[in-house]
Design a protein around this ligand. Structure first.
Ligand SMILES: [Zn+2]
Ligand SMILES: [Zn+2]
Length: 756
């Protein structure tokens, strides 16, 4: 019997080889009909024997190409039309733009093979790609996604490329960035002043020689510039650090092969899958016994951020044994450079050479960073390879813009069951970053055709994102920072019932005007109650106390012992700057001493007290170093105090008193750093247990930047599970402020739904 089906597919189905797949499948089953791209996805009609039509429908959903993502497949039966041939029809253009855009994808194995095949016309061509790989988001100016609306538009295809592009049986059928040495973009080498160098026959071999000789090279890639140098060369690494004005923050490296990575780090199965997959993020790995990179790469750290080549240029540059520093092409705190003129200007004085190409990067995209926790990804920066693919939501949501926070900013737009969380934007206090932020919001709204009916923003009046939101002519909703953190976890799991939310971070604006950051909330997607928090601590000198943790430690010691402590043998007491007494008396009078409940501040104070770090050079440095000091030490639980009440108060002063006592007894700082972690974990679990008994709630969501601390995270998860509580941690978005916008968007969306 003959049958005809109409099938509508939504999801990531354009620019990923979906139509040729449909075409080949239909032909192999001898079906007639057609396929075309619509503004909503892909529409198909097939006609043929019932068994074949059924088989088509089944295999469509089981065998689709690797980069495609099917969000919905609807089918209906249609009257027969006697069609025998299957064709790809030209695309339709509709009103609604609901197509999803693929993120940038690492070069696939087929292209990699051709890249190294001297008989192939793409041999050693650094822009080789196909429907299964290559740049996407970074080159798209507009939708529908075809060559004319990408930055490849200025490279007309040669006959060979056009033939591939037109042939549905070819793996480059409608590969929009398709190009070859004859017709496509190309690389050039410039000296440090931006003047073209005399090029040797093997440009990439030439660059590798320069790097081996100790040079720093700015390399234009997929989403922006990297600064590269030989990771074994201490002199080059130190040079890079000095020129980039980056004192201690670790550099990421790129290994030429998996073998090179295994040589220096421990790699488990899941980590290896992420390193070699289509996303190819930077994965944080633990250094192994064979680790021998220059000491300046990740000073003092037991971990290092590692990635493998993901663009053709990387395979052409790195030999299998090579390990190169590959850090964002920027000066400290600036956004990554992606425009050529801008790169030459801003990287002047840092790079010895520039390896540039003439394809424009339309939107900059940083490398994504994750680590593997309990066999699943734990995101630290969600960017290349992930954005702009949406986070799937459990229910339908109205269109909302959430503007995010101040540091590690991302924004979020919602539509239906999708939340489009932007690629990593960066710290908005930088003007160039802020400009890029405004442009990216406009770009996302255009690409996904989202006209928000409400804007959600953080309560902090000084955040640039908040000011931006208030400048829009849209109804707005202010969202408390830690509520947004917790709801961003709930959104990932589609939970919309009250949970115990443990939001631990450095700083977030509280509803009482104080700085929060050690919060135990009873929260759902609409509202929250603050059931507990860490005891407020003065920040002596305000913001300065965040950059100079010794201030916190001094104030704590003063609170506990008066000026007595100076005469004791404490690591901190010997290195106090002059004027500390003035600071203490000003703080005692409440002058420039705002209150903070941030757990980040407890880490800072502990690191300073133990003599590990009294001034920081990047956000979270004291906490990172405290965690490092705690490694391989068994921590004991020190006394802490919880005052019952509404809210309950967790007081950590007894912990500091115990640490002082043990320091005077000669205990090591490593031992005490471990005790600090163990005690914090125990106190968190104690608080959660009490709240759970009071409320009967057994679900616990963890969010906030402090949960990037693996020692604390692992201990708390284990202890909560021992207490038969259900623990939810982030998997798709970062627990730091990079995930904030998702929570803001959901809270605003719920608000709109409620008012209808
Ligand atoms: Zn490919
Ligand atoms: Zn060509």
């Amino acid at each position: 019997m003959l049958k005809r089906f109409n099938i509508r597919v939504t999801g990531i189905v354009q620019g990923v080889g979906f139509r040729p797949f449909v075409f080949n499948l239909a032909r192999s089953l001898a079906l007639g009909g057609w396929v075309w791209n619509t503004s909503a996805g892909v529409e198909i009609e097939v006609e043929g024997q019932t068994e074949q039509v059924n088989s088509f429908y089944r295999r469509l959903q089981g065998e689709f190409p690797p980069l495609a993502r099917l969000d919905s497949v609807e089918f209906s039966e249609r009257p027969l039309q006697g069609e025998r041939k299957f064709v790809i029809r030209p695309s339709s253009s509709g009103e609604m733009r609901t197509v999803l855009i693929s993120p940038d994808v690492a070069t696939c194995p087929d292209c990699r093979r051709e890249l190294l095949d001297s008989r192939d016309r793409h041999f050693r061509y650094p822009f080789i790609n196909c429907t299964h790989c290559g740049p996407r988001y970074s080159i798209i100016k507009d939708v529908p996604y075809d060559r004319a609306s990408t930055t490849m538009a200025e490279f007309p295809m040669c006959l060979d490329c056009q033939t591939e592009y037109n042939n549905p049986a070819d793996r480059r059928f409608h590969a929009q960035p398709n190009a070859c040495p004859v017709c496509g973009p190309s690389y050039r080498l410039l000296d440090k002043t931006g003047e073209p160098m005399e090029e040797q026959a093997d440009l990439f071999g030439q660059v590798r020689q320069l790097i081996q000789a100790g040079a720093i090279v700015a390399i234009k890639g997929i989403g922006g510039y990297h600064l590269a140098c030989d990771a074994f060369n201490g002199f080059a690494v130190d040079n890079l650090r000095r020129r980039k004005v980056r004192e201690d923050k670790p550099f990421a490296v790129m290994g030429g092969s998996m073998a090179a990575v295994r040589q220096m780090c421990l790699v488990n199965q899941t980590e290896s899958e992420w390193l070699t997959g289509t996303v190819r993020p930077i994965v944080l790995l633990i250094k192994g016994t064979g680790y021998c990179l220059a000491s300046g790469i990740a000073p003092g750290s037991s971990c290092i951020g590692v990635m493998l080549p993901y663009a053709p240029v990387h395979w052409l540059l790195l030999q299998p044994d090579d390990v190169w520093v590959m850090t964002s092409g920027n000066r400290s705190d600036e956004p990554i450079a992606y425009e050529d003129a801008d790169a030459k200007e801003r990287l002047f004085g840092i790079a010895d050479y520039f390896l540039v190409h003439n394809r424009m990067i339309y939107r900059r995209v940083d490398d994504s960073v994750l680590r593997v926790v309990k066999d699943k990804p734990y995101m630290l920066r969600r960017s290349r390879g992930f954005a702009p693919a949406p986070v799937a939501l459990a229910g339908e949501y109205p269109c909302v813009l959430a503007v995010g926070g101040e540091l590690k900013n991302t924004f979020c737009l919602t539509r239906g069951r999708q939340a489009f969380l932007s690629a990593h934007i960066g710290d908005l206090e930088n003007l160039a970053t802020y400009q890029s932020y405004c442009q990216s919001i406009a770009h996302y709204q255009k690409l996904f055709d989202i006209r928000p009916e409400m804007v959600a923003y953080d309560l902090h009046p000084d955040y640039l994102a908040t000011k931006y939101a208030l400048s829009l002519e849209l109804p707005g909703i202010g969202v408390q920072h830690h509520h947004a953190h917790i709801v961003s976890v709930l959104a990932e799991y589609g939970i919309n019932e009250p949970v115990i939310g443990v939001a631990l971070d450095g700083t977030g604006y509280g509803t009482d005007g104080n700085l929060w950051g050690g919060e135990f909330l009873l929260a759902d997607c609409r509202q929250f109650v603050r059931l507990g928090h860490c005891r407020y601590l003065h920040l002596p000198g305000g913001e300065k106390a965040i950059r100079e943790p010794w201030r916190l430690a001094v104030w704590l010691l003063y609170e506990l012992y008066g000026k007595e402590f100076v005469r004791w043998q404490l690591p901190l007491a010997g290195r106090l700057p002059t004027g500390w007494e003035l600071l203490v008396s000003a703080t005692a009078q409440g002058i420039n001493a705002p209150l903070s409940s941030g757990v980040g501040r407890l880490f800072d104070a502990a690191a300073a007290l133990l003599g590990l770090r009294s001034v920081i050079h990047y956000e979270g440095q004291a906490a990172v170093e405290l965690e490092q000091a705690a490694e391989r030490q068994a921590g004991t639980v020190l006394p802490y105090d919880i005052q019952e009440g509404q809210p309950k108060i967790l007081d950590f002063r007894p912990v500091f008193a115990a640490m002082v006592e043990k320091l005077r007894q000669g205990k090591s700082s490593g031992e005490l750093a471990a005790a600090f972690h163990t005690t914090l974990a125990a106190a968190v679990v104690d608080m959660v247990g009490r709240i759970s008994r009071d409320t009967g709630i057994r679900r616990v969501a963890l969010s906030g930047g402090v949960w990037q601390n693996m020692t604390l995270l692992n201990q708390v998860i284990r202890m909560l599970q021992q207490n038969k509580l259900m623990v939810y941690i982030h998997r798709q978005v970062p627990s730091n402020d990079g995930g904030l916008a998702l929570g803001q968007a959901i809270i605003a969306g719920e608000k709109i739904k409620e008012s209808r």
